[in-house]
Design a protein around this ligand. Structure first.
Ligand code: F0G
Length: 458
């Protein structure tokens, strides 16, 4: 088989800025050892997130010019609505400015004290929005998904048995919805199988609980199903997406991922009464129902992006780029979540730095070193992002995994950029004995990873 190439040519370029190691050491110190606080100008290769960082196509830019900015009934809304509906099949399509706005609306209505919302693994914003409403976010990931070194095709699956037990113990009346995150971002960008979607859906129907997808990376998930699940090899990605959404009652979506745009999101759902409540809140917090929190031009770009993302040449290139980075670092012995996920490589910081305990944030240590070594920006997904303090003892309660995510923006970097990233990761791995732990010197009460400050442990 020949090399899988980028299925596009480049029409417009953006220079990246080079810095020296000495400069980066100072920049990082000034940022309190938190790469979220570094100016993007000081980053060479930015793998902080795949969210809102996509390169748009010439047709999306054309859509930007063509956007209809009418306050009500914009033609761009109707194009957006039909592009979303073509994929989800849902009756009510509600634009929001990004994913978390959709979550905020949904959980403000369905959440609240005494409620529990299970998911394979909640992303930080869904967890935060659920907790903000007073409800509890519960992760019920399958066992294999919790073991970075164990290979399996669908490590994002929900543990069906645990879900049923949870429903029985908690009581149907306390579970307003069940969610499935496709792909499972916090668990390594791992896919959920169609069989698992069907099983979760059947269980939800049995207990009469709605099932919602956190659908950010639905196309990547569908491509994995096509490649890995029996019976789907000859179906189109679009058909697989349509089948998946048909088993649910709705979705929250950050269009900043698999709609290939820089801003946008939506709620897609079938229940009319719930849709009306969502729209009423939307008007208060986001905007009129035909634009949500978006400009008409953004709606055009989302509509076009949704058409492009299900293209199988695009998805083949996308999934291969991530796998390519994974293969290179694994060949040098770097421990990662295997197999590689869809949008990112997740370094297993526990195995990378076994001598630094979770309370000294091994993931943060790797993130800092990647920046110093090569100007590569990554993000910690471990005790910094998800750590909690015990209410009685104030001790840190760590999540099951300590990870560093190298998220790959869509259509932005070429193969030589990725080769460079692999070289930087491997260099840091070779020098791992010199890495130090970190302690937190400032933190906010919620989503602390965005603004926390650190210092190296002496
Ligand atoms: N759900 C998942 C699974 C996500 O990955 C994200 C965002 C959201 C919801 C929220 O969407 O950012 O548009 O409000 N993830 C980004 C990331 C931020 O870096 O993984 P948003």
């Amino acid at each position: 088989m020949k090399t899988i190439i980028e299925p596009f040519k480049i029409k417009s370029v953006e220079p990246i800025r080079f810095t020296t190691k000495e400069e980066r050491i100072k920049i990082l110190e000034k940022a309190g050892y938190n790469p979220f606080l570094i100016h993007a100008d000081d980053v060479l290769i930015d793998l902080l997130t795949d969210s809102g960082t996509s390169a748009m196509s010439s047709k999306q830019w054309a859509g930007i010019m063509d956007g209809d900015e009418a306050y009500a009934g914009s033609k761009s809304f109707f194009r957006f609505e039909s592009a979303v509906r073509k994929i989800t099949g849902d009756k009510f399509i509600i634009p929001t400015h990004q994913g978390r706005a959709a979550e905020k609306i949904l959980f403000s209505i369905l959440g609240g004290p005494g409620k529990y919302i299970p998911n394979n693994t909640h992303f930080d914003t869904t967890r935060a929005n659920i907790e903000f409403s007073g409800a509890e976010a519960v992760d019920l990931l399958c066992e294999v998904g919790k073991h970075p070194e164990q290979k399996a095709d669908f490590k994002g699956n929900m543990d069906i048995e645990k879900l049923e037990n949870f429903i029985k113990e908690t009581g149907v009346e306390n579970i307003p919805l069940v969610m499935l995150t496709v792909t499972n971002n916090s668990g390594g960008g791992q896919p959920v199988s169609m069989q698992n979607v069907k099983d979760v859906s059947a269980l939800c129907k049995k207990y009469n609980i709605p099932l919602f997808f956190d659908a950010c990376r639905f196309a990547e998930n569908a491509y994995f199903i096509k490649k890995r699940e029996k019976g789907y090899e000859n179906k189109s990605v679009l058909e697989i997406c349509q089948e998946m959404f048909s088993y649910g009652d709705g979705a929250t979506m950050s269009a900043k991922k698999d709609a290939l745009v820089n801003i946008g999101g939506f709620l897609s759902l079938n229940d009319e009464e719930l849709a009306m409540k969502c729209r009423n809140l939307l008007i208060v917090t986001e905007g009129f129902p035909t634009y949500g929190g978006l400009a008409g031009r953004d709606l055009e770009a989302v509509a076009q992006g949704l058409e492009e993302v299900v293209d199988e040449h695009y998805l083949q290139y996308r999934i291969r780029s991530t796998e390519y980075l994974g293969e290179k670092v694994v060949a040098a012995g770097v421990p990662i979540i295997e197999p590689p996920g869809g949008h990112a490589i997740y370094i297993d910081a526990k195995r990378f730095l076994p001598n630094i305990s979770p309370s000294q944030y091994p993931g943060q240590s790797i993130v800092c070193e990647l920046y110093i070594e090569g100007g590569v920006r990554a993000v910690e997904i471990g005790s910094v992002m998800f750590g909690k303090y015990d209410k009685k003892t104030s001790e840190l309660i760590s999540p099951p995994m300590e990870l560093v995510r190298l998220a790959i923006p869509r259509r932005v970097y070429t193969q030589s950029h990725i080769d460079f990233v692999a070289e930087v990761v491997i260099e840091v791995y070779k020098n791992r004995d010199k890495l130090k732990g970190y302690e937190i010197t400032y933190e906010a009460p919620m989503l602390r990873h965005f603004t926390a400050k650190f210092k190296p442990v002496k």
